[in-house]
Design a protein around this ligand. Sequence first.
Ligand code: AP5
Ligand code: MG
Length: 225
Amino acid sequence: MRLILLGAPGSGKGSIADMIQQKYNFPKISTGDLLREAVKRQTEIGIKASAQLGKGKLVDDDIVIALLKERLSQDDCRQGYILDGFPRNVSQAVNLKVINEQKNEIVFFIETSEEVVIKRIMSRLTCSSCGAIYNIYTKPPKNNLVCDVCGGQVGQRQDDKPEVISERIRTYHKDTLPLVAFYESSGHFYRIDGNGTRDEVFAQIEHVLDKAMFRKGPVKDQDSL
Ligand code: AP5
Ligand code: MG
């Protein structure tokens, strides 16, 4: 099974993917995390991506697709996986069908107001070692700026600055929102109200996934939430 999380920057894709991973045991694959890790490790792909990452525009499709292909070839993806931040445009969505065909695919579109996403991004903290996601107001690390998960250093992401945030939101409207029409007509697509608490958002996703897990064979039609 493949789960795709669509949503604006700061809509909660990464946080919800963590919750899905914990309950359903599918690995979370965040192309943002893969890119940041490649840049940190200065791999060949990381060196290519470093000029583009952190500016609010999309990194070139061929770079992201190469990273994703490599990640999907790993054993833990065999039973299924969660995509957080991929696809980001229609061309990536078309490529995904070729890279890894999946009979069972569910797309969640996390809809969140612009006011909410800006507030969330401005107050986000991220672990620079493992990528764990925190929030100054709603999920602070227990011990100052030390990561609860790995003990790494927690701080602001390089692209969580006001000027980059507005560029990320512009890019989202231009490149990523057209995916709603792409998946609404062809996939198993669910609109999720992303403005509530993490638990409220996750409950809507659980409702869909619990039904899908108990059903035998491919997911056939849209269930009402
Ligand atoms: P990426 O890392 O994917 O960033 P993004 O899409 O901008 O999304 P964010 O990670 O900012 O937000 P999120 O939705 O994951 O929210 P989170 O859970 O953290 O991409 C970064 C860059 O990489 C891109 O700009 C691009 O350059 C490049 N890139 C990545 N993928 C690419 C691709 N496929 N193609 C090309 N380029 C690509 O939550 C945000 C905050 O809110 C946190 O503090 C969290 O604790 C809090 N929070 C979450 N949910 C709730 C809730 N329900 N209530 C209260 N607080 C909440
Ligand atoms: Mg994220």
